[in-house]
Design a protein around this ligand. Structure first.
Ligand code: ISL
Ligand code: CA
Length: 536
């Protein structure tokens, strides 16, 4: 049986490279996180998820690990720094979880360096190898980052399998030795005192038989052969034994686990505590999300996880553009309505660094400003297809991961208070007006609204653990729900609207203004309205 403290908690995601640099090399570091712990405590954060800081060639933002037992010391700091971070966080009653990247390693990992040497190398079966020629790859599966999932490799002439970049070969989970190595590593990290993991791309560790035929290449169809494929349950069960033994907090990035299946993953007997679903964050070619689709996904996940299971609501992460420009219209008002809409849902909400001040997307003018591997790949693909450089840049960056990876905007001083050196990625020029210091001083800021919402969660069990019932699920712009004695209403559009409720509004008080509500069944909502009502 798992412990339940996380049901009242709020998580904060740190992309360490861009959080705070303390030694002037332009790269955020562990000491930078330590420096900002009081800020996070003041915000009300209960635990922090830190993106990968392990030894890595950094081909994919550290999601290409070359040594599971070592930190990238040159960039981020030493194990002693990490120990210091853990103990300082714990003394402030905050927990620390780290990324666990076990679908793949870096191609620079010693296992892969061995594996590729010969067909009879003892590490050959740590990865997936198949006979292949350029005209006859083992199958027609495509990788998330573009191109085939197979790369032919010298010296053996066989192909190895990768669902992400070719620099990220997939581990062979059928091999018991691989599993033992991974489980030992997981135990070792928990012994170091970290409180748990965010399980990267965990739903991809099992694959369909190589002769599986992809039905279509539209939407999510091409990923089917490595999305929560049957057989994965056994590995998750093995993981669970370790997690339970350490009472570790676990969040799975589990695309392909449907809202119907998710309760089995996350209920009291489930493998992990909660799941990040990816369905609500689908965007089109213009970088906008379809509000109808967003609402449908949120409501379905909340309803399907009501009887059993646990959600991890989020609006942003290091892979997604900034929500203020995706679902919002760039205004603070839109960021606030979105904050209220998701922060009071059922589940453990996550806030991504900078989201709490409404950090925006970056206005790219040249491909050299981009770091994200998949964006650069897409750009070259578009140029090769005949697009002008400007058009290719626009198309490739519209949904780029790098929008959210620009350095954190702490204050209005040179380089936004992020670094005294040259930042590794360009800082958004709007940092002079949009930063933590300015937001702290303004009682009406997005930041202070987040603080209020976190407090409301902490103080009211109805919001952390109560039920949820959606009102007007078919309204085009209003997301409204009851959390036991609370009623939350948001208008996720700049257009005013009216909505008719079958709830006796006169029995409620406005939590924000403390005003009693008139006897009305219809509510006039201004653009980006948000209301939090409580039953008298
Ligand atoms: O479904 C997906 C894409 O449609 C995702 O499951 C995919 O798993 C997701 O993009 C994975 O992201 C994570 O793993 C990647 C890394 O590049 C990302 O930054 C990380 O969040 C590879 O490790
Ligand atoms: Ca640094």
């Amino acid at each position: 049986m798992k412990s339940n403290w996380f049901k009242q908690a709020v998580g904060y995601q740190i992309y360490p490279k861009s959080f705070r640099d303390t030694n002037g090399d332009g790269i955020g570091d562990i000491n930078g996180i330590i420096e900002k712990l009081p800020y996070l405590k003041d915000l009300g954060i209960d635990f922090i998820w830190i993106n990968p800081i392990y030894k890595s060639p950094q081909f994919d933002g550290g999601y290409d690990i070359s040594d599971y037992y070592a930190l990238d010391e040159a960039r981020f700091g030493t194990m002693a720094d990490l120990q210091n971070l853990i103990s300082r966080a714990h003394s402030l009653e905050m927990k620390i979880i780290m990324d666990l990247v076990v679908n793949h390693t870096s191609d620079q990992h010693p296992w892969f360096i061995e594996s590729r040497k010969s067909k009879d190398n003892p590490y050959r079966d740590y990865y997936h190898w198949q006979p292949a020629t350029p005209d006859h790859l083992p199958n027609n599966w495509v990788s998330f980052f573009g191109g085939s999932t197979w790369t032919i490799d010298e010296p053996t002439g066989e192909a190895y399998f990768h669902v992400f970049a070719k620099e990220q070969p997939d581990l062979n989970w059928h091999n018991p030795k691989v599993r033992e190595e991974i489980y030992a590593m997981v135990r070792w990290w928990l012994e170091q005192g970290i409180d748990g993991f965010r399980l990267d791309a965990i739903s991809h560790i099992e694959k369909a038989p190589w002769d599986f035929k992809i039905k279509s290449f539209k939407d999510n169809d091409p990923w089917e052969p490595f999305m929560n494929v049957a057989g994965i349950e056994a590995y998750m069960q093995e993981f669970k034994k370790i997690f339970d033994a350490y009472d570790a907090l676990t969040v799975g990035e589990a695309s392909g686990v449907s809202s119907k299946k998710a309760p089995d993953w996350t209920d009291d007997q489930g493998y992990i505590d909660m799941i990040f679903e990816l369905e609500h964050s689908v965007k089109d070619d213009t970088g906008k999300a379809d509000l109808k689709r967003f609402k449908e996904a949120i409501i379905r996940w909340q309803e399907d996880m009501l009887a059993r299971g646990w959600n991890a609501p989020y609006l942003e992460n290091h892979d997604q553009p900034r929500v203020i420009d995706v679902l919002g219209d760039g205004t603070d008002a839109s960021a606030k309505a979105l904050a209220v809409a998701y922060m009071l849902l059922r589940g453990t909400p996550f806030i991504y660094q900078g989201q709490e001040i409404g950090m925006t997307n970056f206005d790219y003018t040249d491909i050299s400003q981009v770091d994200a591997t998949d964006t650069i790949y897409l750009y070259h693909e578009k140029v090769a297809a005949g697009l002008s450089k400007a058009a290719a840049l626009k198309a490739a960056t519209v949904n780029s991961r790098d929008h959210s990876r620009t350095p954190m905007q702490w204050d209005a001083t040179e380089n936004a208070g992020f670094t005294d050196g040259q930042p590794w990625l360009a800082i958004n020029p709007n940092y002079r007006e949009k930063n933590i210091a300015v937001s702290q001083a303004d009682p009406d800021s997005i930041l202070n609204l987040y603080k209020f919402l976190i407090q409301l969660r902490h103080e009211n069990q109805a919001i952390s653990e109560g039920g949820i019932k959606f009102l007007c699920p078919d309204h085009p712009t209003v997301l409204a729900y009851e959390r036991d004695e609370f009623l939350i209403v948001t208008n996720l559009s700049a257009e005013p609207t009216t909505v008719i409720f079958e709830v006796p509004l006169q029995e409620y008080t406005d939590v924000i203004s403390q005003a009693e509500l008139p006897t009305l069944t219809d509510l006039q909502l201004e653009g980006w309205a948000y209301r939090i009502y409580k039953k008298n």
